[in-house]
Write a protein that binds this ligand. Sequence first.
Ligand SMILES: CC(C)(COP(=O)(O)OP(=O)(O)OC[C@H]1O[C@@H](n2cnc3c(N)ncnc32)[C@H](O)[C@@H]1OP(=O)(O)O)[C@@H](O)C(=O)NCCC(=O)NCCS
Length: 145
Amino acid sequence: MKCVPLTAKDIDAVLALEERVQAYPWTRGNFVDALAAGYDGWVARESDTVIGFAVLMRAVDEIHLLVIGIAPELQRAGRGRALLDFATRQAREAGMTRMLLEVRPSNAAAIAFYRQAGFVEIGRRRGYYPASAGREDAIVMAREL
Ligand SMILES: CC(C)(COP(=O)(O)OP(=O)(O)OC[C@H]1O[C@@H](n2cnc3c(N)ncnc32)[C@H](O)[C@@H]1OP(=O)(O)O)[C@@H](O)C(=O)NCCC(=O)NCCS
């Protein structure tokens, strides 16, 4: 697996992956805006196929992990961790001191994934996400870099 910057030509592949892994996926516009705003975007490739992606936003010395996904058929084999480790190294090199993220309380896999990577819960945001029955809270997690 190779991690490289996300560029405009990857958006179709990333959008297709995002739509497979998220019930409320980012739209094409969200990815286009993120690139235009200069956010850090990464894609993970295997034999030239995009199998994962992550988008992060810097704010002074903190970096916010906005989205991360690995192709469903390739999950649970260390790729997500490798991509997160890559993004973490890049963030450290850019002088970031803390990584933050929001996750749905119902997303047990992601919570386990983040805990295993050293993130701890630091708070909740009420009604942050759309959900089938109204809104769902977000768990806010953080990790020092
Ligand atoms: C979260 C996600 C990126 C993890 O990617 P992955 O490649 O499956 O993760 P890894 O194989 O690197 O997992 C590393 C560790 O995290 C934990 N973990 C990952 N998935 C888990 C699951 N489904 N259940 C429990 N623990 C899990 C485990 O400790 C795992 O180590 P182990 O397999 O040796 O036990 C992937 O599940 C995904 O794309 N999910 C859908 C999108 C999403 O929810 N993104 C996060 C919110 S934006």
